[in-house]
Design a protein around this ligand. Structure first.
Ligand SMILES: [Zn+2]
Length: 299
């Protein structure tokens, strides 16, 4: 029998009997677009794919405007990792690293590693930011801990990625939902945690969302909500590149023009879109600085 795998979707579901809600994200071409932007070593690609799936997964149960991003910075071999999902389900991401990478690549071993989750509009300054404690063996457990430490509902999170797909599964225990007593809830949560713990990365990656949910939770009366599409997409614009150049200042812009025969070329690292500026463009954007100054933001 041929298996139809539904890619680039976010599924929300409810396990009614156990009082648990869940999000299952499966990325296909959206992830391959991101993965194909650089010659990522396997360990970096795996972490980037997991982060991208996680960024989409974390949007599943929140109402927000703008974007949700996961950003890791360190002074070690993995210098930067960034994954983002917008309120429209548009995904982008990238990583920067230095060879040689430690083997295995463990985030908690990277010197000075800091991971932040940011939600909102960068331009409008409406942002919520939380730091993720990285002292956990993998990203899924670090995010689980983030939920368990905060005011949020306790969570169980699994993440997996390879060259073709990236998958994220999150389960959250609902408090006293559906008229259950606290003892019933406790039991339901334990049961779901147990079922979920049997799931390996291969099964997570190679099973379609509906099959996966059926296989794991068929005795739990799964209620599936309308799936949401996810797609690769970048939010770069010529305006944003202009304000970036403006923030460099006249001296640097002129030096760049000088060095490149009178043309500045900026290539977006997320989507490879090219933006070019000649001397006239540059003069225009530098002289327009008086009214743009107020809205200039750091990226
Ligand atoms: Zn772009």
């Amino acid at each position: 029998m041929e298996t139809v795998l539904l890619d680039d979707v976010l599924h929300r579901f409810l396990l009614e009997r156990a009082g648990v809600r869940g999000v299952l994200v499966r990325l296909g071409s959206s992830w391959r677009e991101v993965a194909g932007r650089a010659d990522y070593p396997e360990a970096v690609a795996t972490l980037l794919g997991q982060s991208l799936a996680a960024s989409a997964m974390l949007t599943g149960n929140i109402k927000f405007e703008g974007a949700l991003s996961i950003e890791l910075k360190s002074s070690g071999a993995l210098r930067l990792l960034f994954a983002e999902c917008t309120d429209q389900g548009r995904l982008r991401g990238l990583a920067r690293w230095n060879d040689p990478l430690p083997e295995p690549l463990v985030v908690s071993d990277l010197p000075g590693a800091v991971m932040a989750i940011t939600i909102g509009h960068a331009e409008r300054g409406q942002r919520y930011q939380g730091l993720v404690d990285l002292n956990h063996p993998n990203l899924g457990e670090a995010l689980e801990n983030y939920f368990n430490q905060s005011e949020q509902l306790p969570a169980k999170i699994l993440l997996a990625a390879h060259g073709e797909h990236a998958v994220g599964l999150m389960l959250q225990r609902l408090p006293g939902e559906g008229g259950h007593s606290a003892a019933d809830d406790e039991d339901g949560w334990n049961r779901i945690e147990h079922l979920t713990a049997t799931l390996g990365a291969d099964e997570l990656l190679n099973t379609s969302p509906e099959q996966l949910l059926y296989r794991l939770y068929h005795e739990e009366s799964v209620r599936l909500f309308e799936p949401r599409p996810l797609v690769f997409g970048c939010s770069c614009t010529r305006d944003r590149v202009e304000s970036m150049l403006r923030s460099l200042g006249r001296e640097e812009v002129e030096a760049a023009l000088e060095a490149r025969d009178g043309e500045i070329e900026v290539i977006c690292e997320f989507c490879a879109q090219r933006y070019t500026f000649d001397r006239i463009d540059a003069e225009h954007l530098l002289s327009a600085s008086h009214n743009a100054e107020a809205s200039t933001t750091s990226q």
